[in-house]
Design a protein around this ligand. Sequence first.
Ligand SMILES: [Zn+2]
Length: 372
Amino acid sequence: MRSSFKLGRILGIEIRIHISWLLIFAFLTWSLAAGYFPSLLPNSPTIEYWILGAVSSIALFASVLAHEIGHSIVARRNGIPVKDITLFIFGGASNITREAESAGAEFRMAFTGPLVSFILGGLFFAIYFLAGGSGSKTAFNAVMVYLGQINLILGVFNLLPGFPLDGGRVFRSIIWKINHDAMKATKIAATTGQVIAYLFIFGGIAMAFVIGISGLWLAFIGWFLASAASASLQQSVLLETLKGVKVREIAGSAIETGAPSLTIEQALSIMLESKQRALPVMNNGRMLGLVSMTDIKRTARDNWPVETVDQIMTPATSLKIVAPEEDLTKALELMQSEGYNQLPVVSGGQLRGLISRSDLLNYIQLKHEVAR
Ligand SMILES: [Zn+2]
């Protein structure tokens, strides 16, 4: 996620905060300091409400983080690397690089997050009752009961059975287990996700008339869920179209390559002429790396006539490649998870061509036109 900064690492996973999180942090602290704590602890100084508000917001942030770490640990245990966890306005998101390979793994991965929230909720409530429950009107207990409630709400909310919520993933894994068709399961869960999202939007707007502006918050969450659900629906349609088709069926065969001593300017003119978005850099038949439009755009224009491609290319050792006999779905997933626009097609150590996002899109468009 862009516009985010790094906070640190937990268990080797990078923790990031998106700037939109600062907004929700300020809003939450304010609403707790102005409403929740004054009603629970009347006659306290205003500064105490603000301190409690900020402490509770940070503790909520830690709770959401624990929920995400729950997902991430199970993902890694199932062999799926986790790039980072980002906290943003609507909560947290684990950047899990691949989809689970089995319905069981998907179920465990999705369910662990809400489970962590339920355990945390139970713990905070246990502390609250041990400290005297509602009979003890202390600041400490006001914070504990808040954290207990919010974690339980988080657990329940996330278990709603619509994609992309955790409950949608749990739901998807169950359908997947029954019908053995991952993509069909995604479609059903994403469609349910859209229905739930629209219920949130209309419910939120209706509530706004009754309880005021805070109802719009629900509508706002609904809008976010609707767009995420339609993105996963689109993704599953894409994957379905590409399933079973081999890379060699659409990868362009003859491609231009360049020597490492080419200047950026020379490379660019070859790329424009051959309509390639990337140029493999070759030396004695061996590929040293790949220079892409993105690499070129990153370099200052003044350096184009002097700097050579080997200075700015992505070296072969860190390139992601596909084989001609691999599925197009594999190529698409690689491009999406690594953020590449094209991949070299390599077999037996030899470069066979390039496959780009636009190759995939053209193929999908063609296939849909034929279907019509
Ligand atoms: Zn979750």
